[in-house]
Design a binder for this molecule. Structure first.
Ligand code: TYM
Length: 336
């Protein structure tokens, strides 16, 4: 097994990232041991949208501290940033010859992020999913733990791999087709202010998300102010239909407590949000406090964080080299 996944180092790690992806990263690392997991900061992806160059390196470092605080162990997982492993950008260029404009035009993230201003969007925003394909194909990833919003990008990576193998593999598989691993609960955590929008770093309102760096008071306030409806909680899951905000909070509780939504409703069914919200807030505070404390300690040690990235990049480069060589050769190119 080869497990590969990435996260953009923009803003803070939030509860959607944690429950949708990072918790699975840690679980897979713990189950599969040393050498099988590669996790990276997608700093090359971060330049596809307006960004502050002065902040990118420190955001990347902060995200390393956050991932280690969540349980990623740089001794057992290869933890690195794309920019230090130039093979990612090189493979992307090779795959640009295989990816089709029509495929990229169908990407919902491209449509959402470019909005009405397609002419003004960066080319990088359009070809973003090709770099994402390179990220996983470079390491022959078999499994890619992500939240639901990345599923379409992973399907594209499979399409690119398949077409490349067909067109240039000469009967051999140059690239492995990766499987997305999406959690059963919490695959899509929604905004606390709007049950129809996903929780996101780019939402201008900080009240829409729980950051892993929020202190206990902030978490309690955000949960208490979360948008809800006036009805009490239902006793079964069917009763959450048409109540996206209630469904989101119950889903968060279930994912955080490691139980099912049915079990949460068996406990809280018939009770109002006046009872449920403080319980949810306390559960979040209790679960996130140790992560927060480790993060605050780790983020101060800049040399240690830089060393993690340097060592991770060296390991990643060694793993990437043979596949990149094969891709060059398959295309009739000699790698310098
Ligand atoms: P990013 O940085 O937006 O998010 C990182 C991970 O968190 C998940 N996630 C969520 N899960 C549930 N609910 C939410 N509200 C939520 N918000 C985010 C994402 O699904 C993701 O797993 N393009 C990717 C980064 C990337 C990547 C890759 C991922 C670059 N190359 C290769 C996998 C493989 C992104 O922007 O994720």
């Amino acid at each position: 097994m080869r497990i590969v996944s990435g996260i953009q180092p923009t803003g803070n790690l939030h509860l959607g990232n944690y429950l949708g992806a990072i918790r699975n990263w840690v679980r897979m690392q713990d189950e599969h041991g040393a050498g099988e997991c590669l996790y990276f900061l997608a700093d090359l992806h971060a330049i596809s949208q307006p960004h502050q160059p002065a902040e990118l390196a420190s955001n990347t470092r902060e995200m390393v501290a956050a991932l280690v605080a969540c349980g990623i162990d740089p001794e057992r997982s290869v933890l690195f940033n794309q920019a230090q492993v130039s093979e990612h950008a090189q493979l992307q260029w090779l795959l640009n010859g295989t990816a089709r404009m029509g495929w990229l035009n169908r990407m919902t993230q491209w449509k959402d992020k470019a909005g009405k201003n397609r002419e003004g969007a960066s080319v990088a925003l359009f070809t973003y999913p090709v770099l994402q394909a390179a990220d996983v194909l470079l390491y022959q990833a078999t499994h890619v733990p992500v939240g639901e919003d990345q599923k379409q990008h992973l399907e594209l990576a499979r399409d690119i791999a398949q077409k490349f193998n067909n067109d240039f593999g000469a009967g051999e598989e140059v690239f492995t087709l990766p499987e997305p691993i999406i959690p059963a609960e919490a695959a899509r955590i929604m905004s606390l202010r709007d049950g129809s929008a996903k929780m996101s770093k780019s939402d201008p309102s900080d009240m829409s998300r729980i950051n892993l760096t929020d202190d206990a008071d902030t978490i309690m306030t955000k949960v208490k102010k979360a948008k809800t409806d006036p009805e009490p909680l239902p006793s079964d899951k069917g009763g959450l239909d048409g109540r996206p905000e209630a469904a989101n909070l119950v889903g968060i509780y279930a994912a955080m407590a490691g139980t099912s939504q049915a079990a949460v409703l068996a406990e809280f069914g018939g009770k109002g949000f006046g009872a449920f919200k403080p319980a949810l807030g306390e559960l979040l505070v209790e679960s996130l406090a140790p992560i927060n404390a480790r993060f605050i300690e780790l983020r101060q040690d800049r040399p240690a964080l830089d060393a993690i990235l340097r060592q991770g990049a060296a390991k990643a480069r060694a793993l990437a080299g043979p596949t990149l060589d094969r891709a060059y050769r398959a295309l009739g190119l000699v790698r310098g």
